[in-house]
Design a protein around this ligand. Structure first.
Ligand code: FES
Length: 238
């Protein structure tokens, strides 16, 4: 059921069943969607109690899953050349997006950043789909030594893009937005945020935004996002 409704950029709230410890669900991006088989793939990093428990489940064990949640990425039929930029676990939601964008024979550039070669996600999968993949690692163990923002800078200086999609750590996202803005390229950003309820009820994931009248407002990353037009985000206030 989740696979039948899911869109690239959406997420699910997951909890291992049979325990109240930890109490809260964990938000995890949908990495891949196979509608025909009714399967979604999730990618996550073990960072705390919840994800540690999740990493210990056995095949066949049941999980509590709420979703798909959030808005997901959007695209226009006229887009011909796009760049997907991901850092760390922020790469996870971009694979399903790449699959969708390639259905219409778009040129899809994928720029992936990680601390080290070992922490790099899904590079092979993107290449197999037919994306033009470029890689950076902080220590230079794979691809270019440095940050993924530098890869975007090089790309926008060599070709024109219709859209940038980005997901990753906040400093990286801020850098990408700046580059896209300077070149006048529309940019959609999927924000990574801690979430308690995941359905818009607790306001724990509020993010400052620019209202159409210029005033500052707040939107819920889980319910109004996690994907936002970069122009409306006020990430310096976070
Ligand atoms: Fe509760 Fe977003 S996590 S409102």
């Amino acid at each position: 059921m989740v696979a039948g409704e899911a869109k690239p950029g959406q997420f699910v709230m997951v909890r291992t069943s049979g325990t109240l410890e930890p109490f809260l669900n964990r938000p995890i991006s949908i990495h891949r969607i196979d509608e025909a088989k009714g399967i979604i793939e999730l990618v996550y990093q073990v960072v705390g109690k919840g994800t540690k428990l999740l990493s210990r489940i056995s095949p066949g064990q049941h999980l509590q899953i709420i979703g798909p949640l959030g808005n997901g990425f959007s695209w226009q039929t006229g887009f011909k050349r796009v760049a997907l930029v991901g850092g760390g676990c922020g790469i996870a939601p971009l694979l399903a997006l790449a699959e969708k964008l390639l259905e219409n024979e778009r040129e899809v550039y994928v720029l992936l950043g990680a601390q080290t070669k070992e922490k790099l996600l899904a590079a092979e999968e993107f290449s197999q789909l037919g994306c033009r993949v470029r890689i950076s690692t902080d220590d230079g163990s794979q691809g270019k030594k440095g940050f993924v923002t530098q890869l975007l800078e090089e790309l926008v200086n060599s070709i024109s893009l219709d859209q940038v999609y980005a997901c990753g750590p906040l400093p990286m996202v801020k850098g990408l937005i700046k580059i896209a803005e300077e070149k006048g390229i529309p940019c959609q950003v999927s924000l990574e945020e801690r979430m308690a309820c995941g359905v818009g009820a607790c306001l724990g994931c509020a993010c400052p935004v620019r209202n159409p009248d210029g005033t500052v407002g707040y939107k819920r990353v889980c319910h109004d996002g996690p994907v936002f037009d970069a122009k409306e985000l006020l990430l310096d206030n976070k």
